[in-house]
Design a protein around this ligand. Structure first.
Ligand SMILES: Cc1cc2nc3c(=O)[nH]c(=O)nc-3n(C[C@H](O)[C@H](O)[C@H](O)COP(=O)(O)OP(=O)(O)OC[C@H]3O[C@@H](n4cnc5c(N)ncnc54)[C@H](O)[C@@H]3O)c2cc1C
Length: 320
């Protein structure tokens, strides 16, 4: 029996999409279709589907808003599950400290905007990060040197293998630049996150958000489809410090700077091009394919390795 029939039979009230144009729905607009797509309205729907897939050996993917993924051209077999629950709750307020719980499906920018209006500070820099809270935890989203994990108190996780909801303290999440335990453990799915924030007057919070928005508009090419920065910033080292003394105090060196120094701005593969504005962004000029993205990434990595001895790593996640 086809997956579509199996799922319809077991979950007759669920409004599945079949042959869903996943690539075109992604921010990058590359890649093929999902065999089945579903947006879970609540935790129970997600749990029922995940356990069913686990039991029946059906491949599944959990996604947010598809702003940090490259979807395979041939599409994805199995179920692509979007976590659609998106509530925000105030958990505690003691003196200057506020703790909020945000569901996975809440947009990061909505979280930042809502807590700002409630006078809670900390997340302002993340106002322009596209996508959802769940994925921001998964990649430990960053704004300049600031990591979202710094504000996390705990994360509510569904462990598919244990078939149980478990709580992860911040320490257990193993947050580091662009890293978390969730990237290593695909059976751990993020259902919500608790953030510890500080009270601050609204005008000061607004100022910080405006600064972050301006900085983004100035530096990022936001007029064409992309997945944001394709590469992580590599660790700085003595060789790079000698080459680029302006970064002698920096822990990481911007990948975009190295790519620009290598003369790769504007280089393209098919309809995928290294941005002229921010060289760590690859842009889709129209009909770019996932294969073009991978070829261009390989080309950039090769040049950077030969020129600077640096191994660049992807910040985006491939779904295949
Ligand atoms: C223009 C632009 C600017 C950007 N700027 C920034 C920036 O400043 N800082 C930054 O950090 N990122 C930035 N990004 C990248 C991206 O927005 C973030 O990584 C964001 O957190 C991804 O959210 P999403 O919901 O779209 O995730 P998706 O792309 O849907 O998913 C990303 C990964 O997370 C996994 N995932 C999603 N939800 C869950 C879950 N609940 N549990 C377990 N795994 C999950 C997916 O399987 C996938 O591997 C930018 C992207 C764009 C397009």
């Amino acid at each position: 029996m086809y997956l579509a029939q199996i799922l319809k039979q077991h979950f007759p009230s669920f409004d599945f999409s079949f042959d869903y144009p996943l690539g075109q729905k992604s921010y990058f607009k590359v890649g093929g279709k999902a065999e089945v797509f579903y947006s879970a309205k609540n935790r129970q729907e997600a749990i029922d589907l995940l356990l069913f897939c686990q039991r029946e050996n059906i491949k599944f993917y959990v996604v947010g808003d598809l702003s940090n993924v490259v979807i395979a051209d041939e599409g994805l077999k199995g179920l692509v599950l979007h976590l659609g629950f998106d509530e925000l709750r105030l958990i505690s307020a003691h003196n200057e400290e506020l703790v909020y719980q945000a569901d996975s499906g809440l947009k990061t920018s909505t979280l930042v905007g809502k807590v700002a209006l409630l006078g809670a500070s900390g997340l302002e820099g993340f106002i322009g990060v596209p996508g959802t809270v769940g994925a921001a935890i998964y990649n430990n989203a960053h704004y300049l040197d600031n990591l979202i994990g710094n504000y996390v108190k705990q994360v509510e996780v569904f462990d598919v293998k244990k078939a149980a909801i478990v709580q992860f303290t911040r320490e257990k999440c193993e947050f580091a630049y662009e890293q978390s335990i969730f990237q290593k453990e695909p059976n751990l799915l993020i259902f919500s996150a608790y953030f510890t924030l500080k009270k601050l007057p609204l005008d000061q919070i607004k100022q910080k958000m405006q600064l972050a928005i301006k900085q983004r508009e100035l530096t990022q090419p936001l007029n064409l489809p992309s997945s944001g920065c394709i590469f992580r910033n590599p660790k700085n080292n003595e060789h790079l410090k000698n080459l680029f003394p302006q970064f002698s105090q920096a822990k990481f060196i911007p990948a975009g700077f190295l790519i620009e120094q290598a003369g790769l701005k504007g280089v393209s593969e098919g309809d995928i091009q290294v941005s002229e504005k921010h060289a760590a962004f690859l842009l889709n000029l129209g009909h770019g394919k996932s294969a073009d993205v991978q070829k261009l990434i390989a080309k950039v990595k090769d040049v950077i390795l030969n020129k600077f001895g640096v191994i660049l790593e992807e910040e985006v996640f491939y779904l295949k």
